[in-house]
Design a binder for this molecule. Sequence first.
Ligand code: CTP
Length: 403
Amino acid sequence: MALSGKRILLVIGGGIAAYKSLDLIRRLRERGASVRCILTAGAQHFITPLAASAISGQRTHTDLFDREDEADIGHIRLARDADLVVVAPATANLMAKMAGGHADDLASTVLLATTLPILLAPAMNVRMWLHPATQRNLATLQADGIRTVGPNEGAMAEAETGPGRMAEPLEIVAAIESRFAPSGPLVGKHVVVTSGPTHEPIDPVRYIANRSSGKQGHAIARAAAAAGARVTLVSGPVDLADPAGVTTIHVESAREMLDAVETALPADIGIFAAAVADWRVANAGEQKIKKNNGALPNLALTENPDILATIARRNEGRPQLMIGFAAETENVIEHARQKLAKKGCDLIVANDVSTGTGVMGGDSNTVHLVSPAGVETWPTLSKTDVARKLIERLGQMMKGAGQ
Ligand code: CTP
């Protein structure tokens, strides 16, 4: 669905077109968006908060000083917890307040407090629309980065014709979709990213793990999505939120991770940043191992499949670019070179994870890009910046390969 997972904050102003906003809510929800509404006092002359709540499936907000609202969500959170703010209908008065920075009710306060992108669907009488004051306000709002859809020309409620009719709900939906339309160097590409550690069970309550936090892999998934790619993130157990706009599949063990990656394919790019456990316990039992008078449990280890090598060495269905990571504690470049050849990938991002570097679990990273073309060392950067630079590079590599 085109708007799957998108959160829209819909501010409904006081105009007759408010009734169309109820249809807009329905259309947005049909496309997978969630919609939370704010009604101005004027809007409540045309539709009720109850109608907006019933159609949106969420509580509708009306008052700035509503004690329950402020304790529950608060106007500042209302201004933040969405992906886009849509004002429909945007009346002349609401536009004037926005252009002037007024905050004298919930709608105008949220519109002043928000840093989210805003889309306006103006609706008003033709003379009000054409009035120099409204046109000045429109210019101010557009200069502030606010986008508009409509108004349309046509017959109006007051039996006049001209520009002023609110855009139809489906036109507003199209404008919303285009605000979310991906753009960037990886548009049209599918990127599969692995991230985090794996947990290999010893028994139902114990497992073998490692110190990977998943921060670098998750940052890569976010950067790939920001570059316009469709992203599938296969994540081991981490304490991180699922990145917005990314399909995240949660796994525990290396074998589950391999299965999930295979299911996610085909892909154009595979970026395998997970710290996969090399071994699992072959004789992991169904019951918790009990202490037994000092006798030590007999754990038999067996090697896990190498996910990166398995996919990179495929003849059919290999992603065009396969990127591995090398977490090393010594001879970083040399080991990375060996991994590049052994695993059959196109690029290894090598980093020193020895104690004291703070890389494992930390927020910054110093990486070396090791490829058949040579070695490139990047300065110490935040993991977010490493991710951005890496994705930018992969975009160039795809382009270089004529894709
Ligand atoms: N990798 C993988 N599956 C494994 C082991 C590693 O996909 N079973 C991938 C990692 O995601 C990483 C790369 O291989 O992209 C290198 O991982 P690393 O742990 O550094 O290398 P290993 O092959 O495990 O080698 P070693 O532990 O001996 O250094």
